[in-house]
Ligand binder design. Structure first.
Ligand SMILES: *[C@@H]1O[C@H](CO)[C@@H](O)[C@H](O)[C@H]1NC(C)=O
Ligand SMILES: *[C@@H]1O[C@H](CO)[C@@H](O)[C@H](O)[C@H]1NC(C)=O
Ligand SMILES: *[C@@H]1O[C@H](CO)[C@@H](O)[C@H](O)[C@H]1NC(C)=O
Ligand SMILES: *[C@@H]1O[C@H](CO)[C@@H](O)[C@H](O)[C@H]1NC(C)=O
Ligand SMILES: *[C@@H]1O[C@H](CO)[C@@H](O)[C@H](O)[C@H]1NC(C)=O
Length: 426
């Protein structure tokens, strides 16, 4: 009887104590966690101050909301997972019903102060995470999703076929590398893969790669640990190609084609002026797309300016050729009038004396008249030739200039486009 009672008592006592240790409260009381305890909440969780605290981080990029080329900033949504070792929050799961992790309010424990150096503005993208997770081996974990606007130096030389690299440098503002050692938790390829999986937006920019590097800086007279995440993003250029580069190219093709318009009328000139005006409207678009502070001129700027200049030069050439043609036509009509009058005079002259010859039948005057007539005809012929060479000259010069210019123009355009293409896609 006594033995049974004893066994019952022991069993119930065991039950009660086990039930007590199965609760979170028991664990928290065991660990001595209390948000008014300075040791737990404010001090680095090490027994010996010379021991550094190991911090592990993961940074996932889940969307790119805006890339501002003018302000040289990038807005992203990132998930930062941060874990560290705490010597004060270890326990044996066997003592607590096998409980090997527990969540508590984050103000009960010390949290490392790690910032993103490039940040211009950081907000919580979702509601701020109020909890940390404790693991029985002494690891503390927390994670937050942030809406981050950070500075990023962009090189727009190859716009719109450009890729940009932006750094997110994680560093403690105050702790030295003797206190905090910051290390990546996962490797770069895993982060790239999981970021791509979690990517929520399919906007203008595509995430290409996330790379991790570690470095140390000397800021407070002591070394500080830095963990640098370099994200590489690539622009999807289709929109710019369709709304900007193709139209400019079409205008250039039309300009080349306009050499085949008959240049006698004014249509060729007005057509080219229209093309030049259309391209200058497109140039206004470019102004909105590119920042004015780019250190080296973007290739797209060269593309526009050179095409604009080429079309301007071809317009000037058309004006010049038209001028030569007009001059030629003018002299042709004058010469035509003069030569016809000369001819009619000679005809009159030849008729006059022959009549008199027939009438008088005198030998000497007849030969004299014939000589005179031949002389006059020669003179007239020479005169006529002289007058006719000029208009022929002008028109021919204009045609030759036009043809030579056309070939030069086409060659320049082809060479220019090829070299630009090589610049864009080396
Ligand atoms: C603290 O750590 C240092 C170096 O690791 C060691 O020399 C020292 O004995 C430790 N002090 C205590 C009290 O454990
Ligand atoms: C309950 O936890 C205490 C330490 O807080 C431990 O000594 C005791 O063995 C635990 N009880 C059980 C049943 O695990
Ligand atoms: C806790 O223990 C269980 C069983 O031992 C294990 O499957 C689980 O992964 C552990 N969890 C953590 C966070 O360590
Ligand atoms: C980004 O980080 C890399 C690797 O440390 C470094 O080489 C590069 O200069 C950094 N870029 C900027 C803009 O700070
Ligand atoms: C990533 O970083 C490593 C070294 O830190 C470097 O060798 C590698 O080229 C980088 N990869 C890319 C794609 O930038």
């Amino acid at each position: 009887m006594d033995l049974r009672w004893l066994m019952f008592y022991l069993a119930s006592a065991g039950c009660v104590s086990a039930a007590e240790n199965c609760s979170y409260k028991a664990l928290i009381e065991h660990l001595g966690l209390d948000n008014s305890d300075v040791q737990m909440t404010s001090l680095r969780p090490v027994h010996n101050w010379t021991t550094p605290t190991f911090v592990f981080m993961n940074l996932l990029v889940t969307s790119i909301t805006e890339v501002d080329e003018k302000a040289q900033s990038i807005s992203t949504q990132i998930t930062v997972i941060i874990g560290w070792f705490s010597e004060f929050t270890k326990w044996n799961p066997d003592d607590f019903c096998g409980m090997n992790f527990s969540s508590i309010k984050k103000d009960m424990v010390w949290i490392p102060d790690i910032n993103i150096i490039e940040s211009i503005k950081t907000e919580f993208a979702t509601i701020e995470n109020q909890h940390v997770q404790l693991r029985n081996e002494g690891i503390v974990l927390t994670s937050n999703t942030l809406a981050l606007t950070s500075a990023c130096k962009m090189d727009l030389h190859k716009f719109p076929f450009d890729a940009q690299s932006c750094n997110f440098t994680l560093q403690s503002p105050i702790h030295t590398s003797k206190e905090l050692l910051i290390n990546p938790f996962s490797d770069a390829s895993f982060l790239t893969l999981s970021s791509k999986k979690a990517f929520q937006t399919q906007g203008e920019w595509e995430l290409v790669n996330i790379n991790i590097s570690k470095s140390q800086v000397n800021t407070l007279g002591q070394e500080q640990d830095q963990l640098i995440y370099t994200i590489t993003i690539k622009r999807r250029p289709l929109l710019y190609v369709i709304i900007f580069m193709m139209p400019v190219f079409y205008f250039l093709v039309l300009d080349v084609a306009s050499f085949f318009i008959d240049s006698s009328g004014g249509e060729k000139l007005s057509f080219k002026v229209t093309l030049l005006l259309s391209i200058s409207v497109l140039l206004l678009l470019l102004k909105d797309m590119l920042p004015s502070t780019a250190s080296n001129i973007p290739l797209i700027g060269i593309y526009c300016v050179v095409i604009f200049a080429l079309m301007g030069i071809s317009l000037l050439e058309t004006i010049f050729v038209n001028f030569l043609m007009a001059k030629g036509n003018q002299t042709v009509s004058v010469a035509a009038m003069e030569s016809t009058s000369v001819l009619s005079e000679t005809v009159k002259d030849t008729k006059g004396p022959s009549d008199s010859v027939a009438d008088s039948n005198e030998e000497r005057p007849y030969t004299l008249d014939v000589l005179k007539q031949i002389l006059m005809e020669f003179q007239a012929f020479a005169h006529q030739n002289q007058q006719e060479r000029k208009p022929l000259c002008w028109t021919r010069v204009a045609t030759i200039i036009d043809v030579i210019f056309f070939f030069l123009y086409v060659t320049t355009v082809i060479v220019f486009l090829i070299s630009l293409f090589k610049g864009w896609f080396p």
